[in-house]
Design a protein around this ligand. Structure first.
Ligand SMILES: Cc1cc2nc3c(=O)[nH]c(=O)nc-3n(C[C@H](O)[C@H](O)[C@H](O)COP(=O)(O)OP(=O)(O)OC[C@H]3O[C@@H](n4cnc5c(N)ncnc54)[C@H](O)[C@@H]3O)c2cc1C
Ligand code: MET
Ligand SMILES: [Zn+2]
Length: 622
C-alpha cells in the first residue's frame, strides 16, 4: 500500500524533530551536513523514531538547499547531502515506513530578502535530488510565507505524482503572516494539488489544536499537524522546549478529533513524544465529519480617531502642496523648534515632517515632537520611520502608538546606517528594509498586524517613501521608486536637489510615474556648507556658479543666508513648473528661511495661477 492509500484508511504517525534533538546532544553546526560526516548519528535518530512507531520518516534535509547551505559555505554539496539523507532514512525505514523528502521554507519575516526566482532555483535543485533517490512523498514544511509555499508546490506538483504534504507555520494561532486565515491557506494549497495540508513548528500543541478547530475537513486532501513540543523557553542562551510526553499524547488525541490524519512533532519533540502519540492515535479510523464552531465574523472596524483632512499628497495630485522638514533638536532645548513649527503652520504649509534620527545621530523622539505640535498648533505632522533603530516588535508597537496619537502621515525609510553617526558601534537593526516596512504599514491599514493577527481596527496611514536622485544611475533610482509603489508607497519625497538641470532630469526620468513626487529643496547657509555638500556627500553636485556665489558671500552669516535663499528661489522657479509637491528642508532649525521660501512658493504659485486664468480668458475671447 502506498502512502496515499494508507492515509485514506488510517491515522498515521509522523516522526519528531531532528534539529532540536541533535542540538540537545550538543551538536551546534549545519545539521544537514551530518548526513555526510556523521551519518551514524542521523541514522540513529531515524531509527529511534521508527522504533517509537512513526509511519512516516522525513529525510534530514530541512535546510539542504543552496540558499541555506551557503551559510556554511556548503552550497555546492546540495546533491551529496540530499542523496545521503534519503539513503539514511530508507536504511532506517526497514519495516514498511514511508520516507518523505523534506524541503523547508526559506522566507521569514523579511519576505523580500530572497526573491521568488531564487527560491524556485534552489527548490528545483533540491527537489530533483530527492526525487532521483525515489522518496515515497514530499514534505514541504515550515512555510511562513504562503506565496512561497504556493510557488514551490506548483513546481513540485508538475514534476511528480507522488503524495505531497504541505505545512505552513503560523506566528499567531489561526492566521498566517500576511493575514490569510489558516482555513483559507489550506484550501488554497489543496486547490493547488497538495495531498496533505497542515501546520508545523513555531506553536505548541495548544495553539495548533486551537487553529485546527477552525479548519473544515478538506474535500480532496487530508489534514496533518506537527506541533512543537511546547512554546520555547530561553535558558542560558539556548532555546529549550520544556515538555511532558503525556501532555503531547493528550494533545495528539485532540488533533485526531480535529481531523488530523498525519500527526508528528516538530521542534522540541523527541522519540518519547512520538512513542506517546503512537500509543494513543496510531492506526485509528479517521474522522469523517467535523462540526465547526459557530463564529461570528469579526469585522475590521474603521478607526475612531480618524482625521478627516485630506492627506497633503492627495492635494499634490491636483495642485500645489508644500511640506517642510523641521527636525527635532539634538539637545533638550526645544524653544526654537516650537517657534519654527508655529511659524510654519502660520505660513500655511501642508505638513511639517520630522526625521527619525537622520544621519544616525540621536535627536528628541520625533513621535514626541510630532504629537506635541499636532496638539499645540493643529499641525498634521509627517513622521519618518527608519528601520535602523527598532526590531519588528518595536516597529509594530511604534506604529500602533502613532496611530493612537492620531498621527497618520508616515515616511518609511531603511535609514542611514549607524556607522555614519554618533554611535558607530551600535546595532543597525534592519529587521526590515523600506520595501517591507511600506508593505507592513499597508497591511496595518487592513487591520492586520505584522504577524497576521487582527488589530481590531484598521489604521489609516499614508506612506511616503524616499527618493534619492543624487546617484550615479538615475534610472536605477527610478527603478527603486517603481518597486516602492508596488509595495504600497503612496508618494515620494526626494533628497535635496541643488542644480536646475538635475531638477529637469529628475522630471524627465519620473514623468511616467503617477504617484506625486515632492522635490527636495534645501537652502544653503554658508560657503563651507556648500563645499561640504559638493565635495563630501555622494551624489550631490552644486553648479559652479552656485559655489562661486556662496564663496563671494564670504563669512558674513546674513549675507550667506540671503545668497542661500536666492539660490533656493531660483531652484524653486524651475521646480514649480514641473512638480506640484515641494519639500523644503529647514537647515539647523533656521525656520525663518523655510518660512520665507514657503511664502515665495505661494506667491509664485498665485502668479502662475492668475497667468493661467488670464491665458484661458484670452483664449476664450479669441
Ligand atoms: C526624504 C528623505 C527622508 C529621510 N529621512 C531619514 C530619516 O528620518 N532617518 C534616516 O536615518 N534616514 C533618512 N533618510 C535617508 C535614507 O535612509 C537614505 O538616504 C537611504 O539610503 C535612501 O532611502 P531609503 O532608506 O528608503 O533607502 P532604500 O531605497 O530602502 O535603500 C536601501 C539600500 O539601498 C541602497 N540604495 C538606495 N538607492 C540606491 C540606488 N539607486 N542604487 C543602489 N543602491 C541604492 C541604499 O544605500 C540602502 O543601503 C531620508 C532620505 C530621504 C530622501
Ligand atoms: C525548524 S522546523 C523543523 C525542521 C525539521 N523537521 C527538524 O526537525 O529539524
Ligand atoms: Zn520546528
Amino acid at each position: 500500500m502506498n502512502l496515499r492509500e494508507s492515509l485514506q484508511r488510517q491515522t498515521l504517525i509522523g516522526d519528531g524533530a531532528m534539529g532540536t534533538l541533535l542540538y540537545s546532544y550538543g551538536v551546534d553546526r549545519c545539521f544537514e551536513e551530518l548526513n555526510l560526516s556523521h551519518s551514524e548519528e542521523v541514522l540513529n535518530v531515524h531509527r529511534a523514531y521508527v522504533n517509537a512507531g512513526a509511519d512516516v520518516i522525513q529525510t534530514n534535509t530541512y535546510g539542504a538547499n543552496y540558499i541555506k547551505l551557503a551559510r556554511y559555505d556548503l552550497q555546492d554539496q546540495v546533491k551529496e547531502i540530499n542523496t545521503a539523507a534519503v539513503r539514511l532514512a530508507k536504511k532506517a525505514a526497514d519495516s514498511g515506513q514511508y520516507v518523505v523528502g523534506t524541503i523547508g521554507g526559506v522566507r521569514g519575516a523579511k519576505k523580500q530578502a530572497i526573491s521568488l526566482e531564487e527560491i524556485k532555483r534552489s527548490f528545483r535543485e533540491q527537489l530533483y535530488c530527492l526525487l532521483f533517490e525515489e522518496v515515497d512523498g514530499l514534505l514541504l514544511e515550515t512555510y511562513y510565507d504562503l506565496e512561497e509555499l504556493s510557488t514551490v508546490l506548483k513546481i513540485a506538483r508538475k514534476e511528480t505524482s507522488l503524495p505531497i504534504i504541505t505545512q505552513v507555520s503560523m506566528h499567531e494561532a489561526g492566521v498566517l503572516q500576511d493575514g490569510t486565515s489558516l482555513p483559507d491557506a489550506l484550501k488554497q494549497l489543496e486547490q493547488l494539488g497538495a495531498d496533505v495540508v497542515g501546520v508545523n513548528c513555531r506553536l505548541g500543541p495548544y495553539h495548533t489544536i486551537q487553529s485546527l478547530e477552525e479548519v473544515p475537513l478538506p474535500e480532496h486532501a487530508v489534514l496533518s499537524a506537527y506541533p512543537n513540543a511546547s512554546l520555547p523557553a530561553y535558558q542560558d542562551g539556548r532555546l529549550v522546549y520544556p515538555t511532558d510526553p503525556t501532555y503531547f499524547q493528550k494533545s495528539a488525541q485532540s488533533l485526531y478529533e480535529q481531523g488530523a490524519r498525519l500527526i508528528g512533532g516538530c521542534c522540541g519533540t523527541t522519540p518519547e513524544h512520538i512513542e506517546a502519540i503512537t500509543a494513543r492515535v496510531k492506526g485509528k479510523q479517521p474522522i469523517e465529519e467535523k462540526i465547526l464552531p459557530f463564529k461570528e465574523k469579526t469585522k475590521v472596524k474603521e478607526s475612531e480617531n480618524k482625521d478627516d483632512r485630506p492627506h497633503p499628497h492627495e492635494k499634490a495630485r491636483n495642485g500645489r502642496s508644500i511640506i517642510v522638514e523641521l527636525d527635532p533638536p539634538k539637545k533638550l532645548k526645544t524653544e526654537r523648534f516650537f517657534q519654527g513649527a508655529s511659524a510654519l503652520q502660520e505660513a500655511g504649509v501642508d505638513s511639517v515632517t520630522l526625521a527619525d534620527n537622520s544621519l544616525a545621530s540621536p535627536r528628541i523622539s520625533n513621535t514626541a515632537m510630532a504629537s506635541l505640535i499636532k496638539e499645540k498648533y493643529d499641525i498634521d505632522p509627517l513622521v519618518h520611520i527608519a528601520c535602523r533603530d527598532r526590531n519588528l516588535l518595536g516597529l509594530q508597537s511604534h506604529l500602533m502608538g502613532l496611530h493612537t496619537l492620531g498621527i497618520r502621515q508616515l515616511l518609511a525609510v531603511t535609514g542611514d546606517p549607524t556607522k555614519i553617526g554618533d554611535f558607530p558601534g551600535a546595532t543597525s537593526v534592519y529587521d526590515l528594509n523600506s520595501f517591507d516596512l511600506i508593505h507592513y504599514i499597508k497591511q496595518m491599514n487592513k487591520g492586520i498586524s505584522f504577524s497576521g493577527k487582527s488589530l481590531g481596527e484598521s489604521t489609516s496611514f499614508s506612506v511616503a517613501a524616499a527618493f534619492n536622485p543624487n546617484v550615479r544611475n538615475l534610472n536605477r533610482a527610478v527603478g527603486r521608486l517603481e518597486k516602492k509603489i508596488k509595495y504600497g508607497a503612496d508618494y515620494f519625497i526626494s533628497q535635496p536637489v541643488f542644480n536646475e538641470e538635475q531638477i529637469i532630469e529628475v522630471y524627465e526620468a519620473t514623468k511616467h510615474i503617477d504617484a506625486p513626487i515632492y522635490i527636495g529643496i534645501m537652502p544653503l547657509i554658508t560657503a563651507r556648507n556648500a563645499e561640504f555638500l559638493h565635495n563630501e556627500v555622494p551624489g550631490i553636485t552644486l553648479a559652479p556658479d552656485v559655489l562661486e556665489k556662496m564663496e563671494l558671500a564670504g563669512t558674513d552669516k546674513a549675507k550667506a543666508q540671503t545668497e542661500g535663499l536666492s539660490i533656493a528661489k531660483s531652484l524653486i522657479d524651475t521646480a514649480l513648473d514641473l512638480f506640484n509637491g515641494i519639500y523644503l528642508i529647514t537647515p539647523f532649525l533656521r525656520y525663518e528661511m523655510t518660512v520665507e521660501l514657503t511664502n515665495y512658493i505661494q506667491e509664485q504659485t498665485a502668479k502662475q495661477q492668475s497667468l493661467k486664468r488670464l491665458t484661458h480668458s484670452q483664449q476664450a475671447q479669441a
